[in-house]
Design a protein around this ligand. Structure first.
Ligand SMILES: [Zn+2]
Length: 158
């Protein structure tokens, strides 16, 4: 049996915060604001897995009102979702994702993000796709006010 899931996420960009995407620190003069480490890609992938299992979203499992999740590393959320997936005897077939960020260019970081997500999900890097697009100068992404990520995941029951 197969299940498909979709996730998306957006975080405001502010000065003086780190920019972390897919668990990788991106050299940037502005970073993502949020309760956890604000890793939009990891949040989107986590939501896609939870969505495929029809188990709500990150907010259902990790309330942003809770102090213990402040500055939390988003891979804690991803590994938690992967654990629920395993409990239900599912594995990830593949992940496809797109990050929306005006700058810097993400190409130098793409393979590192794929590798870190692959390690967390215990699948081959070849099963993880990470793409990047600018906002063409318009909207919240184009005006450098936000970073956005979208992810889709296919799960297979073993
Ligand atoms: Zn988020």
């Amino acid at each position: 049996m197969f299940r498909i899931g979709f996730g998306n996420d957006i975080h405001r960009l502010v000065e003086g915060k780190p920019l972390i995407l897919g668990g990788i620190k991106i050299e940037s003069d502005s970073g993502a604001d949020g309760h956890s480490d604000a890793d939009a890609l990891t949040h989107a992938v986590t939501d896609a897995i939870l969505g495929a299992l029809a188990l709500g979203d990150i907010g259902t499992h990790f309330s942003d009102g809770e102090e213990r999740w402040k500055n939390a590393e988003s891979f804690v959320f991803l590994r938690y979702a992967a654990g629920l997936m395993k409990e239900k005897s599912f594995t990830v077939v593949n992940v496809d994702s797109t990050i929306g960020l005006e700058n810097p260019k993400l190409r130098p970081y793409i393979d590192a993000m794929r590798e870190s997500l692959a390690v967390a999900l215990e699948i081959a890097e070849s099963c993880i796709s990470v793409k990047a697009k600018t906002g063409e100068g318009v909207g919240a992404v184009g005006e450098r006010r936000a970073v956005r990520a979208e992810a889709i995941v296919l799960l297979r029951r073993n």
